[in-house]
Write a protein that binds this ligand. Sequence first.
Ligand code: PAF
Length: 280
Amino acid sequence: VIDTIADVSAALDVERKEGRTVGLVPTMGALHRGHAALMGRAADECDIVVATIFVNPLQFGANEDLAAYPRSLEADTETAQRAGIDLLFVPASNAMYATAPLTSVTVDDLSRRWEGESRPTHFAGVATVVAKLFAITGRCRAYFGEKDYQQLVVIRRMANDLSFPVEVIGCATERDDDGLAMSSRNAYLTPDERTVAPRLHQALQAGRRVIQDDGVRDPDLVMKTMRETLAPEPRFALDYAAVVGAHDLTVPPVLAGELRLLIAARLGRARLIDNLGVTV
Ligand code: PAF
């Protein structure tokens, strides 16, 4: 476990000098099976893997759950070790941001849509910390879950726009048996809310079915299907249900090519997001 920028950078420089490839798995901790899958894949594909645990204050809005965000360093260390992680970078907030940063990385357009509408500063916070982690780590393959699909698209674009020597790799979402996507924020669900939570995934599946099985190409009809699947459960407060181009995240007039169904809703204390891919 390393807690300073200088030490982790130096350790990875030594590995690369000796010809080893580096994998990076950035996380905010509260590790679950989804994180373990990213780490396992990174360990399979790279010689040395560093995972980071840092609850990044920049990506939380003023009224969001920064203070309450689940923290479990001891269990996380075990999970990371079991998943094949070699180095765990766990900086304190004042090690990452010794001085309050005046620099912010904004990935325009992609950041303003969907999640960005209810969380206007979120993706600048994510892009800034991930750019910093890329700069600290150096040349590597970096693994992110498709669960946060918009985040993945934003990070890919940022890495490309800024020419980081980093290959960004998206990994399939891990789900519980009933379809609920693994997320650290599922910890906020009461047992009762947990039983209805999979309806979010069912709404995505219903949207995908009308595209794939019924040949629907009108995005409004698909979005209506998703909304109607969620509606009978009044505990959900829907934020958005959309079908978008997989790369530009805009709703096309007619559905074609690589698409992504996106959904976000509040359920009790938890704000849940999920997505599914479909190609027509
Ligand atoms: O997905 C997350 O856990 C975070 O947004 C990330 C990518 C580690 C940046 O803080």
